[in-house]
Design a protein around this ligand. Structure first.
Ligand SMILES: NC(=O)c1ccc[n+]([C@@H]2O[C@H](COP(=O)([O-])OP(=O)(O)OC[C@H]3O[C@@H](n4cnc5c(N)ncnc54)[C@H](OP(=O)(O)O)[C@@H]3O)[C@@H](O)[C@H]2O)c1
Length: 297
């Protein structure tokens, strides 16, 4: 973990998406550091975050709620769960942060993929806007999260796992590594006015057949990945009640695997955090109940 020794003062850090997968791990990392934290959430509630952390009620869809939440903030972690309003909401957050005097924005982005696929193109648009405002910033561009495999849990239990990923490979990352990288950047007082981007990846790329092989080993029963066309996968997902918005994103993610467009490995997690990125087999083992159906006590 990075040390707060590099800080020259006690900065105030606001975290958007603080209850999200990356945000919650980031809050946990920063809770013990010499910083004042404010968690932005739509549902401020006692006990939702560690006691000494301030909570600010926001609704990203309502820009008027943002200014007060960002008052006195030095550094801002900008994240929102995937939404059709992602671009306009994040731009409103950037505007509110700049108006409040924020000096550095750490934007949770996505791998830069030159394709018109959501949410990759949305992140590119938000990044372009942030660049145009000429404020200190760090773009964190993680590859696809391990957590996307959560959706495979029930199908693996039922022996019906598959998709349109073909035999391509994707490098996957643990959201805790994304949070660790964000922690390092947010605690780095020297970089306040710098403008940088980091591609964050896990240690290696995986085909879905290889993931099935790992699950076979861990579960002690055969697991396989059924190959489908994108059209077949789309139909199956729609028939199971998944919204068209989510289906587009899921089939798009399969396409990135099919085309191996997110298979690169970078050393960035190690460079920023001082530790190697977490391994997928360990994550699968830690979350095995998702795939076995065993009750967790
Ligand atoms: N999944 C992947 O593989 C992947 C890979 C690379 C990048 N990304 C990017 O990572 C981001 C998602 O991060 P995550 O997984 O940590 O998020 P997440 O777990 O989906 O959490 C979403 C967070 O956004 C907040 N939020 C959503 N809508 C809001 C609104 N209208 N107003 C206020 N708060 C709102 C929620 O806060 P409250 O509920 O507390 O209000 C929650 O904390 C997305 O931009 C995605 O494109 C994802």
């Amino acid at each position: 973990m990075p040390q707060s020794a590099t800080l020259v003062s006690r900065p105030r850090i606001a975290i958007a998406g603080a209850s999200g997968r990356v945000g919650a791990a980031l809050v946990a990392n920063l809770a013990g550091e010499a910083v004042d934290l404010v968690a932005l959430t739509r549902k401020p509630e006692p006990g939702r975050f560690p006691l000494h952390i301030a909570q600010a009620a926001v609704e990203f869809d309502a820009p008027a709620t943002l200014g007060a939440a960002l008052e006195g903030v030095d550094r801002f972690f900008l994240a929102q769960g995937t939404s059709p309003r992602q671009v306009e909401n994040e731009i409103a957050l950037i505007d509110a942060a700049i108006a409040a005097g924020v000096k550095h924005i750490v934007k949770l982005s996505a791998a830069s993929l030159p394709a018109k696929l959501h949410p990759f193109d949305w992140h590119a648009r938000v990044e372009a806007y942030l660049l145009s405002r000429d404020i200190g910033h760090t773009m964190l561009r993680p590859t696809t999260f391990f957590d996307t495999l959560v959706r495979a849990g029930k199908p693996v239990q039922e022996g019906s796992w598959g998709g349109a990923a073909g035999h391509g490979a994707v490098n996957l990352i643990d959201t805790r590594d994304v949070a660790d990288a964000a922690t390092a950047v947010l605690l780095d007082a020297e970089s306040t006015h710098w403008q940088r981007a980091f591609h964050l990846t896990g240690p290696r790329a995986w085909t879905m057949d290889e993931v099935a092989g790992e699950l076979t080993r861990l579960l002690g029963k055969p697991v396989s990945y059924a190959q489908r066309t994108a059209a077949e996968e789309r139909q199956r997902l729609l028939a199971s009640g998944v919204s068209e918005f989510v289906v587009d994103i899921l089939v798009g993610l399969d396409r990135t695997v099919h085309e191996s467009s997110l298979r690169e490995e970078t050393a960035t997690v190690q460079l920023l955090t001082g530790h190697a990125p977490r391994q997928l087999p360990d994550w699968l083992e830690q979350n095995l109940s998702l795939f076995s159906g065993a009750k967790v006590s």
